[in-house]
Design a protein. Structure first.
Length: 355
């Protein structure tokens, strides 16, 4: 190499006849070696910085949540120039819903979608969106989510997770096969129950609890097994609620959310520009997902009405009684969190009172 360099210097300083041509040829020869040696290392470095995350969700690929997550994955790949890819495993194929939180925590996969209220035993503040009759619509749900996100994420980090974004399900409404003007009208009716909240509600209004899983709901409606239920307009469409119900009261009983979380270790291993791309894409997915949920709720209510159901807001008496019931459930939840819930509910209800 030293001899080659000496020859180059000699011909550059003393080109002689045809020197300009020889100078160009020698310079090209001198550069070719180092450049050829550098290119494989460059490609290797790019390959080493590229990675793939697996993201598990327990919900079907054609649902609003999985569709939004798929768009998020596409945006992350584009924003990182392909250096970070996210494989979305929908339908519980990678992990069932209850196994997703511990799966991300244990590093079995890098990211996953969880139903927040389902992990309230681990993250107490995550149960706030499942408290009945606290929010009256998406605007309230947004305010509640904004207040709860930081406490939920702070606790999740203790378990090795970082929350990226959350998206609500369409609001839960009140169905009945007869008109309802007050809570007392539910007394004695056969009410579908499927979780602790619906069981407690049925008990409070003195309805007869009838346990019906989602898969069995269409048959229960057609056979007249139930007189009332609380579920979303979207679920009502899927189960053809009009076969057994005549009224849908848009009470916004609660607006539960799913959240996409990532392993802190996986996120921390990214380059700073990759991390920023993920966070920017997550913010976009959150905005889009909330709008998708609202659009789905609106379309579902139109479908219910199109099949002859009366779709309406609750009357003033029922509204007032449900709000009081929400205060009761809120106090119970605050006590269950040993007072931690006050950090969310005090500002939430203070803002509501000042509006």
């Amino acid at each position: 190499m030293e001899q080659l360099n000496e020859g180059i210097r000699d011909h550059i300083m003393n080109p002689g006849p045809g020197g300009s041509v020889r100078r160009r040829v020698l310079l090209q020869a001198a550069c070719a070696g180092p450049l050829a040696a550098w290119l494989p290392h460059s490609r290797a470095a790019a390959a080493a910085s590229s990675r793939t995350w697996r993201l598990a969700t327990g919900y079907s690929a054609d649902g609003l949540h999985a569709r939004n997550i798929e768009l998020f994955a596409q945006e992350v790949k584009a924003a990182t120039g392909g250096t970070l890819s996210i494989e979305v495993h929908a339908g519980g194929k990678l992990a069932k819903l209850p196994d997703i939180f511990p799966g991300v925590q244990d590093g079995r996969f890098e990211a996953g979608e969880i139903l927040l209220s389902a992990v309230a035993g681990t993250l107490p503040m995550a149960g706030v969106d499942a408290i009945p009759f606290v929010v009256s619509g998406y605007a309230d749900a947004q305010r509640l989510a904004e207040l709860a996100r930081r406490p939920i994420d702070d606790k999740a980090r203790d378990f090795g997770l970082r929350m990226l974004f959350d998206v609500p399900w369409p609001p839960q409404g009140l169905y009945s096969n007869r008109p309802l003007q007050a809570i007392g009208d539910l007394r004695g009716l056969r009410m579908r129950t499927y979780n602790d909240t619906t069981r407690r509600f049925a008990s409070y209004v003195q309805a007869k609890a009838v346990e019906v899983n989602a898969v069995d709901l269409p048959a229960a409606l057609r056979s007249g097994q139930i007189d009332a239920m609380i579920t979303s307009a979207a679920t009502g469409v899927e189960s053809q609620a009009w076969t057994g119900m005549k009224h849908f009261y848009d009470v916004h009983a609660w607006i539960p959310k799913n959240a996409v979380a990532v392993s802190r270790a996986a996120f921390g291993s990214l380059a700073p520009e990759q991390q920023q791309a993920v966070l920017a894409s997550a913010e976009q997915a959150q905005r889009r997902g909330w709008q998708m949920s609202e659009d789905a709720a609106r379309a579902a209510k139109q479908t219910l009405g199109g099949h002859g159901m009366a779709v309406e807001p609750p009357g003033p008496i029922l509204t007032r009684e449900l709000k009081r019931l929400g205060e009761k459930f809120s106090l119970e939840w605050i006590r269950a969190t040993n007072g931690l819930g006050n950090a969310v509910f005090l500002p939430y209800f203070t803002q509501a009172a000042s509006r």
